[in-house]
Design a protein around this ligand. Sequence first.
Ligand code: ASP
Ligand code: MG
Length: 445
Amino acid sequence: MSAAVDGCVQPTGPGLPGTESRALVVQKFGGSSLATPDHVRRVACRIAQDRAAGRRLVIVVSAMGDATDELLESLRVLNPRAPAREVDMLLATGEQVSIALLASALWALGCPAVSLTGWQAGVRTDRVHRKAQIAAMQPSRVLRELEAGRVVIVAGFQGLSPDGEITTLGRGGSDTTAVALAAALGADECEIYSDVDGVYTADPRVVRSARRISIISYDEMMEMAHLGAQVLQIRAVECALVNDVTIIARSTFTAGPGTRITEVGAVEDHSLARAVAHDRHVARLALCGVPDRPGVAHRLFAALAHQHINVDMIIQSQSRNGKNDIAFTVGSDELPHAEETARGVGRELGAEAVLAEDGYGKVSLIGAGMASNPGVAAGMFAALADAGVNIEMISTSEIKISCLLRREVVDTAVRAVHDAFNLGRESPLPGSTRAGGAVSAQGRG
Ligand code: ASP
Ligand code: MG
């Protein structure tokens, strides 16, 4: 993990004397929890109850429902290549609507509240528009408002650059705002509320037998967030790991215990395979027939990194006649940008062809230590073969095996793998192997 990711946030302390006995909790509510004025009222009621129970609350919110997507769609019609500064200026409005409505709904319930933009709350970032990293938290205003007895409502996803520009933290960035605030305030807990009641062994909308995981390590969760489990932004989990913040992912609409995301020692269940994650928005690019000599891969991936394009899987073919193919994947939303960069590098290197195609997805099996057990990979490939799913690319790490597939077969693949490893079954006693089928034949790795 990169140490630069949202850095270590110095706690500002528990606040002024007389208040430290009351738990300080950061709660984040996502777009689906705030989709309509009715939803906002329900969230306000929940907050008012928690405050009445004696908790001091800092609330971080996302834009209502699909507001961010709608803003992006309007922009696409006017200028798909709008300057990133203007994109941020526009996107930041989504969260501002949420904070003002939620604060107003709280006042309607007689609960004192104040809304703060990201910059008012002291979120300082670098200069990278659309994917800014938090450079520092200066939450003095937040502390003053808490001291005055108000519920503090902070706009997630946005901050202020050293040049005084509004920046945004990347899609799903409100999660990172919440964790960074929890770290800076030394909060007792960071609760992330959404429309699901925790982290599941697979997306329950795809797999009916998916089961809630009660506790999961930061590492496993990072793989899951990265792979599109859509429960938490990956950077939020990295920020929680660096700052030792325990996250609780819970549902806005039910009272369940949710999933605790915490350090690995606390996770007792040593199953080899813990969950299946998927991502439907993957694009594949390839530089075909580039010279097989040192520096070629560096030239390509340095150019992509310079453009802040996240590359995921990379495959370089066997060299033939002094030439190679290099294929890689990016998120679908990065395809236009990545294609432009790849074509530029391809021309420079004299590539025979540059291919760029959307329409892929990725399915990954995740669990601490399982990649050291070859039976797990074999079991996953067997499950996909039995389901008639063709694998386009494969990558592995200590704690995951990922397959690139055509987007249309993602659901089929997720169900097949989840079934093959029996992930829907209740956790066994610590120390035994949960995965069945192909894996039980291999024993533990
Ligand atoms: N509203 C932003 C998004 O949809 C940020 C967030 O939801 O966390 O990506
Ligand atoms: Mg959102």
